[in-house]
Ligand binder design. Structure first.
Ligand SMILES: *[C@@H]1O[C@H](CO)[C@@H](O)[C@H](O)[C@H]1NC(C)=O
Ligand SMILES: *[C@@H]1O[C@H](CO)[C@@H](O)[C@H](O)[C@H]1NC(C)=O
Ligand SMILES: *[C@@H]1O[C@H](CO)[C@@H](O)[C@H](O)[C@H]1NC(C)=O
Ligand SMILES: *[C@@H]1O[C@H](CO)[C@@H](O)[C@H](O)[C@H]1NC(C)=O
Ligand SMILES: *[C@@H]1O[C@H](CO)[C@@H](O)[C@H](O)[C@H]1NC(C)=O
Length: 248
């Protein structure tokens, strides 16, 4: 009897978690965009090749990414991000130029309590959006003057967070790395069970990553747990730590 009770206590939640309360976001919409630093050649949570860092990449906030660990359905997807405005300064800054960038999602920005990647199905992040893209920047792939600014008025050039619009786009041919085979796909040395980075995911199950969390019955919303850390290869843990340090 006690064994049965324990069984249901521990197993029932796992079943619920296995479906994952991921955000079913529209193909086009608005989001926030922050930026974070990853080293050149770095293999982040999806396990995309190191050469992917030669082109614009981003981490996506966890509940939209679709996994709390390793790869998720967002891995490899490309989005056209267009800067709309900033609002952390006073007054909000509306650039007089239209700046867009096509990024490929290669990393996970872990869920946090209150940071930019804190959006869930029911809770917006501090920028009033459910989704955050954390751009790898500065990057050799992106001009240093990519972000518009007005230094004489604000006294700084880096607003840190932007309100953006996003469009889901085909990576081929829109992503800058589309013609470099080495920049597409996943690394093989971590094993194909722990990496997933399609060249051009369309959302069809045959070309889109599953959720590593769902596949392994890992909780969707733990911030950090020993079990999670042990469940994934070291390189991915490092990727998550990077995302965590710089992405929130
Ligand atoms: C990205 O968005 C901008 C602004 O709307 C647009 O001019 C550009 O053509 C778009 N790029 C792609 C590849 O969709
Ligand atoms: C900077 O902002 C001030 C105040 O809004 C404005 O008068 C000025 O034209 C702006 N300069 C640029 C380069 O946008
Ligand atoms: C972000 O842009 C959208 C679309 O223009 C707008 O509705 C929203 O108020 C903006 N959010 C902020 C915080 O500026
Ligand atoms: C992973 O690789 C092994 C050996 O190369 C192969 O048998 C297996 O089908 C692959 N699994 C997936 C999900 O691609
Ligand atoms: C996925 O399946 C669709 C039809 O369901 C097919 O047209 C497409 O070629 C398949 N893609 C891959 C990569 O196998």
């Amino acid at each position: 009897m006690l064994a049965l009770t324990l069984f249901s206590l521990f197993c029932a939640p796992l079943y619920v978690q296995a479906t994952g309360p991921w955000i079913d976001y529209p193909a086009d919409g608005t989001a926030t965009m922050t930026h974070y630093t990853i080293p050149d050649g770095f293999i982040a949570a999806c396990g995309c090749t190191g050469a992917s860092t030669e082109y614009p990449t981003a981490a996506m906030s966890q509940m939209a990414y679709g996994s709390s660990t390793a790869f998720g359905p967002a891995c490899g997807k490309c989005f056209n991000l267009t800067l709309l405005n900033t609002y952390t300064g006073d007054p909000p800054f509306f650039p007089d130029v239209v700046k867009s960038i096509v990024i490929k999602v290669t990393d996970l920005c872990p869920l946090s309590e209150a940071g930019w990647c804190s959006g869930t199905q029911t809770k917006k992040n501090p920028g009033g959006q459910y989704i955050n893209f954390d751009l790898a920047y500065p990057s050799a792939a992106i001009p240093d003057d990519f972000f518009p600014s007005n230094a004489s008025y604000y006294g700084y050039t880096d607003f840190g967070v932007w309100n953006v619009s996003y469009q889901t786009v085909s990576c081929l041919p829109n992503w800058a790395g589309a013609n470099n085979k080495a920049a597409l796909g996943s690394v093989t040395n971590l094993g194909n069970e722990s990496v997933c980075c399609p060249a051009n995911p369309t959302g069809n199950p045959n070309d889109t990553c599953p959720s590593y969390s769902d596949d392994n019955a890992l909780p969707p919303n733990t911030m950090t747990s020993v079990a999670r850390m042990l469940a994934i290869p070291t390189a991915l843990v490092v990727g998550l730590v990077f995302a965590h340090l710089f992405g929130t």
